[in-house]
Design a protein around this ligand. Structure first.
Ligand SMILES: CSC[C@H]1O[C@H](OP(=O)(O)O)[C@H](O)[C@@H]1O
Ligand SMILES: Nc1ncnc2[nH]cnc12
Length: 307
């Protein structure tokens, strides 16, 4: 990594955020390792740029290269802002999750379409504060177009034993300790499908940054509501390792497809363009705006205040 250039002179439209058990992207030749400094600090790890059929892809390890960042320590604002600053408009985010449903078995994949927030407000969760207010729509936190691509790729891998559940509600808890049994049962009664500690604020910040964002989850355990063993880290890692081949193949297939559509409206997130900027521009009156907060918004959206 140290010998790679720290710059890359083309915009990179597609990124993967890797989670537990997926701290590196293998099988691609890295061509650069970037470490942009954003108004929110530095990202969790250097952003590795790799070429895939000539198309650049960015990879970021959510918990750092050595999994040294707890879920509440992940610098999500720096991660999302840094990715946007290098041109990223589409993020595929991978996550190891507990299953809250009998039919979602360990090693199954889930493409969630909803989130319930059970973080505790201790994680910085917005770009729009400190003198510039903005309220983005978050009714559907993930990207339906990207979810469709993941589904198509998983369908083609059914013969390899890949099982994918389309849709479902992810509970994002604070952690780092796992849930109590009462909580686990409560989440099931709320209709939760899976549980993790990283869907938020990552997905919300991606929406604020007008990026297309879809999480791909892989179940590693039945949390602690089931009659089988309660979750622990060893169990999560055991199932991540056992299914890492399929996880990497699935992410690889999704990247193949996204690279083919590198300049499509879907990958360039044209459908989100202007949504956050509209939410910001009309909220705080010019006389109430803090110049420092304005500069931070300018980092996300260069030229934002020009007209
Ligand atoms: C090691 S179990 C809990 C840990 O695993 C998940 O990580 P990620 O979402 O980054 O794959 C979960 O969210 C927790 O952070
Ligand atoms: N049971 C669980 N709860 C929260 N995050 C998880 N990640 C993997 N399994 C989990």
């Amino acid at each position: 990594m140290a010998s790679l250039p720290d710059h890359f002179d083309r915009p990179v439209h597609i990124a993967v955020i890797g989670g537990t058990g997926l701290a590196k992207i293998e099988g691609y030749t890295p061509v650069a390792a970037l470490n942009p400094t954003t108004p929110w600090g530095n990202p969790s790890s250097p952003i590795t740029i790799a070429l895939h059929n000539g198309i650049p892809i960015a990879f970021l390890a959510r918990h750092g290269l050595h999994h040294q960042l707890a879920p509440h320590e992940v610098p999500a604002r720096a991660n999302i802002a840094a990715l946007r600053s290098i041109g990223v408009r589409t993020i595929i985010a991978f996550s190891a999750v507990g299953s809250l449903r009998e039919e979602i078995k360990p090693m199954d994949f889930v493409v969630p379409d909803q989130i319930i927030d059970r973080t505790k407000g201790i994680r910085p969760f917005t770009f729009f504060e400190g003198g510039v207010v903005g309220h983005v729509g978050f009714a559907d936190p993930f990207d339906a177009g990207l979810a469709g691509v993941v589904q198509k790729c998983a369908d083609a891998m059914k013969g390899d034993g890949v099982v994918l559940h389309q849709g479902g509600t992810i509970i994002c808890m604070e952690g780092p300790a796992f849930s109590t049994r009462a909580e686990s049962h409560m989440y099931r009664s709320w209709g939760g499908s899976v549980i993790n500690m990283s869907a938020l604020p990552e997905s919300k910040l991606a929406r604020e940054a007008e990026l297309a964002y879809q999480m791909i989850c892989m179940a590693t355990d039945y949390d602690c509501w089931h009659t089988t063993e309660d979750v622990d880290v060893a169990m999560v890692m055991k199932y991540m390792d056992a299914n890492s081949k399929n996880a990497k193949h699935l992410v690889g297939a999704v990247l193949d497809e996204l690279c083919k559509q590198e300049n499509s409206d879907m990958v360039l997130a044209k459908h989100w363009e202007g949504s956050a900027q509209g939410a910001v521009k009309f909220m705080t009156k010019p006389e109430g705006r803090n110049p420092e907060a304005m500069k931070r918004v300018e980092y996300l959206f260069p030229g934002f205040w020009d007209n």
